[in-house]
Design a protein around this ligand. Sequence first.
Ligand SMILES: NC(=O)c1ccc[n+]([C@@H]2O[C@H](COP(=O)([O-])OP(=O)(O)OC[C@H]3O[C@@H](n4cnc5c(N)ncnc54)[C@H](OP(=O)(O)O)[C@@H]3O)[C@@H](O)[C@H]2O)c1
Length: 134
Amino acid sequence: MAAEKWLMVFGATGQQGGSIIRYVLDDPILSSKFRIRAVTRSPSLPPAQALEAKGVQVVQADADDEDSLRQAMRGAYMTFAMTLPIFHDKDARQRGIAQGRAIADAAVVERLEYIIFSTLPHVQKISNGEYRLP
Ligand SMILES: NC(=O)c1ccc[n+]([C@@H]2O[C@H](COP(=O)([O-])OP(=O)(O)OC[C@H]3O[C@@H](n4cnc5c(N)ncnc54)[C@H](OP(=O)(O)O)[C@@H]3O)[C@@H](O)[C@H]2O)c1
């Protein structure tokens, strides 16, 4: 039976999202259940085109652009998302929260069934206060 449910993957052109895609494509059960929709800000670049060559649907969206998120999520069943690399941004904390919230809000509005969100443990807590958030 052809896969019908869309798994939307953020970070698809990077390490984390890319590994999710490879795992699902290589797994006979998962690949029979899910079709993959890869999110990128740059669909015309080689990493996105390499995904397309594997039969992955590539969509343009930016976690800083709520409209693009909603449009890209339309019709998806679930999404894998994560914190995005913004460490050098002077407003990294606020921007990271806003991006995560925008992804979650779009998933709710577009009625996705599940959100898998990959993040990190609280660095200040696990270092007993040695490392502090900015
Ligand atoms: N790799 C690890 O072992 C690891 C461990 C712990 C935490 N993390 C964290 O997990 C995140 C991803 O790590 P990674 O190693 O997979 O990163 P990566 O290889 O540098 O890939 C970053 C991905 O994020 C996407 N992206 C960046 N900004 C975006 C935005 N505004 N909207 C939509 N997509 C955006 C990029 O997509 P496009 O450029 O195609 O748009 C790219 O696919 C980072 O925040 C990293 O700190 C990674």
